[in-house]
Design a protein around this ligand. Structure first.
Ligand code: 2M8
Length: 419
């Protein structure tokens, strides 16, 4: 039996379906985004498993030869979004952006297999080499010195675009005189006071210009590009996904893949440790150029439980943070610590709550026996939707819906939570 809200969520997924892939929301985001599709698959799986698989299979249409799965696939040009395929200049077919996004897909594939039947197993088996190539890409190109810590070359690669986490890396970017003028489109759709500032956007585009001009050569972008930071979200998502990929390798009895993944898993924890900050008493974003650490706890820090990172003592500190932040917010989990300077309850990734982060976080809390925290996070995720609808994100102090409406991943997570 479905209720009105579930029917509404299903209708949103169907309305955002462009034939094998969904757009995050009509207008503001008119293309296929990487981790949005992974979460969309969780929602589709509650009523159409074939469509769930299609959503993640189509993502690999954009996979690069070196294994990278880009963060956006531009299937048809849409002038309503900036920067479009020409600005990225990736020269791929289909056209794509030039960097990736948090690799959630292996975890979704494992979940589909373990909750499904033979057909799910068959499709996961078919996808398996592509997943291996993508993970290999992360471990090879984004961690060239094999430290166990992968880096990101653009805040967009984190999926948490405008988080204050990136300020330490972004402040070092020098915007070139020849960046040129451009017309942002995001502020045509959403109140500019909730979006990144113009100064931030200039720096985003400075990184894209650098990537385009070196032909998106990953080695050059990593070694010489304007930005290279470690992100707790990408690191913990990859840690979780490596283990999920290992479970698939065991299921498919693939000894070679098992050996390769075992190497990654062995390095992952050392990488996580490099993000620990004694000052913040938690896992935080780290500038891999300067060694500087972001000063505050975020919803990405809390994914340590999802990734299975940290010692018992470190996890106890993280639980302490979680409880204090929970006490200070009507709805959790905020994308920047409200006890900390820089918290903005409405601005993009500088305070608001995202359903997808909550979904992963709750799974991590549960896995570590923190049922009360998991329950609070899930309850709030559902309550914000009940109060405000399926918005892109929410104000943690009021529950007001912000950003784009009828949002695919918010609808998908709602379905995943109630099914
Ligand atoms: C947001 O990112 C895009 C750039 O990729 C943007 O602001 O234009 C982020 O919330 C990101 O995590 C998300 O995948 C994307 C589409 O929902 O929007």
């Amino acid at each position: 039996m479905t209720n009105d809200l579930e029917n509404r969520a299903i209708a949103i997924l169907k309305a955002n379906d462009r034939g094998g892939y969904t757009v995050p929301t009509a207008g503001l985001y008119p293309y296929q985004w990487n981790w949005d599709s992974a979460f969309a698959a969780l929602g589709f799986a509650t009523f159409d498993r074939d469509r769930a698989w299609r959503e993640i299979e189509t993502l690999f249409d954009g996979q690069w030869e070196d294994g990278m799965v880009p963060h956006i696939i531009f299937r048809k040009n849409d002038p309503g979004y900036f920067p479009g395929p020409d600005i990225w200049g990736s020269r791929t077919e289909p056209p794509t952006s030039g960097h990736s996004q948090p690799p959630v897909v292996a975890s979704v594939a494992r979940w589909l297999v373990e909750t499904g039947g033979r057909e799910d197993e068959r499709r996961a088996h078919e996808m398996f080499p592509k997943l291996m190539a993508w993970h290999e890409w992360w471990h090879c190109y984004r961690d060239p010195d094999e430290t166990g810590l992968v880096g990101i070359v653009h805040p967009w690669e984190s999926g948490r675009d405008n988080c204050p986490d990136w300020d330490i890396g972004m402040n070092n970017i020098v915007v070139p005189d020849d960046l040129g003028t451009y017309h942002r489109r995001d502020t045509d759709w959403v109140d500019p006071s909730e979006r990144p500032t113009q100064e931030t956007y200039d720096r985003y585009l400075t990184i894209v210009k650098f990537g385009r001009e070196c032909g998106w050569d990953h080695d050059i972008v990593v070694r010489e590009g304007p930005f290279f930071m470690a992100d707790p979200c990408v690191q913990f998502v990859l840690m979780r996904a490596d283990r999920d990929l290992m479970a698939l390798a065991e299921r498919f009895d693939d000894a070679r893949a098992r050996g390769r993944i075992a190497d990654w898993v062995a390095r992952d924890e050392a990488g996580a440790q490099a993000m620990w900050s004694d000052e913040a008493c938690g896992f935080v974003a780290t500038d891999l150029r300067t060694g500087s650490k972001s000063p505050a706890i975020t919803n990405a820090s809390m994914l340590a439980f999802y990734g299975g990172a940290g010692t018992e003592e470190q996890r106890a500190e993280m639980v302490r943070h979680a409880r204090e932040i929970l006490d200070g917010c009507r709805y959790v989990f905020p994308s920047w610590d409200p006890r900390h300077e820089g918290f903005e309850q409405r601005r993009y990734w500088r305070g608001p709550v995202w359903s997808v982060m909550n979904w992963m976080m709750a799974a991590g809390f549960e896995r570590h026996g923190l049922a009360d925290l998991a329950m609070r996070v899930r309850r709030d995720t559902l309550a914000m939707v009940r109060q405000s609808g399926f918005f892109e994100y929410f104000d943690p102090l009021t529950g007001e819906g912000l950003g784009g409406p009828n949002f695919t991943w918010t609808a998908a997570i709602h379905l995943a939570l109630v099914s």
